[in-house]
Design a protein around this ligand. Structure first.
Ligand code: ATR
Length: 307
């Protein structure tokens, strides 16, 4: 059997096993080599991550996904890292380096000594997932699209890096806490200067409490804050205070309609939740492990999530 897993804490509510196993079952009809591939969810507290990575490699796991709170922590435990994931500063997909299973008795030192840095290669498929989701659900392309990004945490950082890498003409980031916003803006500044179009000043920050007058019209609003996970959460920005956006993408998928998306619906704006991003980042991960194109995998994953 070829094993895959998502590691997180908590992990019980992850949709990834259903999504990956559903796609694998469908793919196996035409690609019989995938018939014995299985995807599991494993609860790993942060302190146990290094040990879990060593153990799962020894057990012959081919690939892993990482979710909260492991995406940044895992960076220190991978032997090789994809350049895009290094820029983002987080990994969500690992592929075992070297072909053979090394499920053999532990040598002296047990699982403490692994000079290969645990023998995993790290990737980040979240940016790909966001760009593909926005294209599919809203018909918008990050490369030509002004973006108003809400949040300055890990999820926002990944989204901002993707927007800048795709050549987004202007990126406006809003965050509740000014200090966190400033930190993110200074980290992104070198990327923003590397504009493919030679444009300057395409990166801006503002407080959601004080919306600037010169925000671009027809921007794509992306929510990368955690505001909306609970019904009692406030909206991360007052949507009607923005010039009419081209669309609203919320990276949250549970609940399916956050207060922000509810407001977008009332305003008649094109909108989508984060389920499509979950699907596309998952499809890209399975492409990395199997070599099958993500574009072929994504509709199968989508179908496996549809009741
Ligand atoms: P993640 O890894 O999911 O991005 P994080 O790094 O903890 O999580 O970042 C959470 C983001 O959501 C931050 O931008 C946070 O804003 P602050 O920097 O002001 O803390 C934002 N956030 C969380 N709760 C929020 C709320 N109720 N209203 C507005 N923003 C909120």
């Amino acid at each position: 059997q070829t094993s895959l897993a998502v590691l997180g804490h908590p992990i019980a509510h992850s949709l990834s096993p259903q999504m990956h196993n559903g796609a694998l079952a469908a793919l196996a009809k035409e690609a019989p080599q995938l018939a014995d591939w299985r995807y599991y969810a494993i609860d790993v507290p942060p302190a146990d991550l290094p040990r879990a990575l060593r153990l799962l490699r020894k057990r012959g796991f081919l690939g892993l996904n990482l979710t909260i709170p492991h995406k940044v922590l895992a960076l220190a435990h991978v032997a090789e890292i994809d350049p895009a994931a290094r820029v983002i500063g987080a990994v969500n997909t690992l592929r075992r380096l070297g072909g053979a299973n090394d499920d053999q008795p532990a040598h002296a030192g047990g699982d403490q000594c692994d000079s290969l840095g645990d023998g995993w290669q790290g990737f980040n498929t979240d940016g790909y997932g966001l760009a593909a989701a926005v294209r599919e659900t809203l018909g918008l392309d990050l490369s030509g699209q002004p973006v108003i990004l809400l949040g300055a945490g890990g999820a926002a950082r990944g989204a901002a890096v993707e927007c800048l890498a795709q050549g987004c003409p202007s990126l406006w980031i809003a965050n509740r806490t000014a200090a966190n916003l400033e930190t993110l803006l200074s980290e992104l500044a070198p990327l923003a200067d590397k504009s493919r179009r030679g444009e300057k000043n395409r990166l801006h920050g503002f407080s959601p409490a004080r919306v600037p007058d010169d925000l671009p019209a027809h921007a794509l609003v992306i929510n990368a804050t955690s505001a909306g996970l609970r019904e009692s959460d406030p909206m991360p920005i007052d949507l009607p205070a923005l010039p009419r956006p081209a669309g609203v993408y919320d990276m949250i998928y549970n609940p399916p309609e956050t207060p922000l998306l509810h407001r977008a619906r009332k305003l008649g704006l094109p909108r989508a939740n984060g389920l499509s991003m979950l699907v596309h980042q998952g499809a890209k991960a399975l492409e990395i492990w199997s070599g099958i194109a993500a574009s072929r995998i994504a509709p199968l994953m989508q179908k496996s999530l549809t009741p």
